[in-house]
Design a protein around this ligand. Structure first.
Ligand SMILES: Cc1cc2nc3c(=O)[nH]c(=O)nc-3n(C[C@H](O)[C@H](O)[C@H](O)COP(=O)(O)O)c2cc1C
Length: 451
């Protein structure tokens, strides 16, 4: 079969558009309701999507006055969705800066078991610096420190996930032997930041261990992603930028001794879909008209470090502010570049820039017919910019339903996307190998075949 797209549904409770919760088509009153998420996940599963995905920050966004933020903890949500679905992958974000490795390894390993091997961990060092104050810190650590901790954290977590060899459970009732202690290995980790004896108290999952997902964009973040990530989320506005990122990450992965196919790259796309292009643009305008400038300005400041006043909404954005915004925090630098690019190319008014970002915080918003959405997906996929997409509907649940009923059939007609699942685990959906336990006494393959 020809190379196939991977599609991931990035779930933002009411939708990715910042005003989605105000639109009559959305259901913000249901965003703490398990049934609501089950319904969305089942829609994505019926279309054979690779996974659903939840972002996270361990802090309440100050934007709560004007948006339906303050959602459920995502690993908990995955456990609930696991029980309501049977095939779709389940990816949640969790922070290496604000978790302890043993806690995190145990939580993900448990949901990986509950879901029979469908889990992925989106590894973040946390973008929102306000989280620091929830954990007794005066300041959010700088990127070098955060990624240093993330690297050792990941080493500990994967040791813990590896601690049970695949055949460690003997279940020998007659002999009274449940597990072979020689095949359950303590992590015995003593490092610069962590001391963890192990072993983990959850056995190895049907997919070996959870899939490692990452979205770093700084130099430290990209290096981390190229070295460890098996799937990468990324935000690009233009084909050329996405192609450069794709080539850069695949080449860096190869330098780390990895196969380029072992890293699945998924840019975001937030599609407004209409029967005609005009109808799609009108729908986008309808959402943009519901935005609250005060909220947009705050988001802009959070994304880029640039503060603009409400008084000059219909004046041009002063481009030099973005060119000179050197003192923005490091974790904002990459999205600053995306926004600076929009300002440079489009010379928007402040209001227009806020509308450009309202759709998906700097991710690519695309308004068009289903054919046009399928065309751009195909162009990026065939053009060396993407292995698939992180689909970010501007509004839920209707935006996802439109995508699966209108765009997915076109992708199938073009031979680009599966009709049904071939496997059962997230690794199988993404075409990833089962990683061998570092403690395994025999290679997994020979154990499986008896060779
Ligand atoms: C699709 C996508 C989802 C992300 N989700 C989160 C998230 O849930 N929590 C978070 O703190 N950061 C999230 N990020 C931010 C990245 O983890 C990363 O911090 C950011 O891209 C900046 O890169 P850097 O960490 O290398 O500076 C996300 C980024 C992308 C592209």
């Amino acid at each position: 079969m020809s190379r196939q797209l991977h599609l991931n549904a990035f779930i933002m409770p009411a939708g990715h558009h910042e005003a989605a919760w105000r639109h009559p088509s959305t259901q913000p009153e249901r965003i703490h309701d398990a049934d609501y998420f089950h319904q969305i996940a089942r829609t994505a599963e019926a279309a054979a999507f690779d996974a659903v995905f939840f972002a996270d920050s361990p802090s309440l966004s100050p934007a709560v006055a004007h948006n339906a933020v303050g959602g459920l903890e995502p690993i908990t949500l995955l456990a609930s969705i696991a029980a309501a679905t049977s095939r779709i992958g389940l990816i949640a974000t969790a922070s290496t800066t604000y978790y302890e490795p043993y806690n995190l390894a145990r939580l993900f390993a448990s949901v990986d078991q509950l879901s029979k091997g469908r889990v992925g961990w989106n590894i973040v060092t946390t973008a929102a610096d306000i989280a620091a104050a929830n954990y007794g810190l005066d300041a959010h650590p700088d990127p070098v420190e955060r990624y240093g901790r993330a690297t050792e954290f990941l080493d500990v977590v994967t040791k813990l996930w590896d601690s049970w060899e695949p055949d460690a459970i003997l279940l020998d009732r007659a002999a009274g032997r449940y597990a072979d202690p020689d095949r359950v290995h303590p992590a015995e980790h003593v490092g610069q930041r962590f001391r963890v004896r192990g072993a983990l108290n959850v056995p190895r999952s049907p997919q070996g261990r959870p899939v490692l997902v990452q979205a770093g964009a700084s130099n430290e973040g990209r290096a981390f992603a190229a070295r460890f990530a098996e799937a990468i989320f990324t935000a690009h506005q233009r084909l050329a930028d996405a192609q450069a990122f794709y080539a850069d990450i695949k080449a860096a992965a190869v330098r780390f001794g990895r196969s380029p196919d072992g890293v699945v790259i998924l840019p975001g796309i937030s599609p407004f879909i209409g029967d005609t292009e005009e109808a799609a643009l009108a729908l986008e305008r309808e959402f943009n008209e519901l935005t609250i400038p005060e909220y947009g300005l705050r988001q802009l400041e959070q994304l880029t470090g640039v503060r603009l006043g409400e008084s000059a909404l219909d004046g041009p954005v002063p481009a030099e502010l973005f060119r000179d915004a050197g003192d923005v925090t490091d974790n904002g630098r990459s999205r600053l570049q995306v926004v600076a690019g929009i300002v440079e190319r489009e010379r928007p008014t402040v209001r227009r820039l806020l509308h450009r970002l309202a759709g998906a915080r700097g991710h690519r918003v695309f308004a068009g017919t289903a054919e046009q959405v399928a065309d751009t997906i195909e162009e990026w996929f065939r053009g060396g910019a993407a292995d698939g997409f992180n689909v970010m509907p501007p509004f839920y649940p209707g935006g996802l339903e439109l995508f699966v009923t209108r765009v997915v059939p076109l992708l199938r007609e073009r031979g680009l996307f599966r009709e049904e699942y071939a496997g059962t685990t997230l690794r199988e959906h993404l075409g990833l190998d089962v990683p061998r336990s570092r403690f395994a006494q025999e290679p997994l393959g020979s154990l499986a075949t008896g060779a």
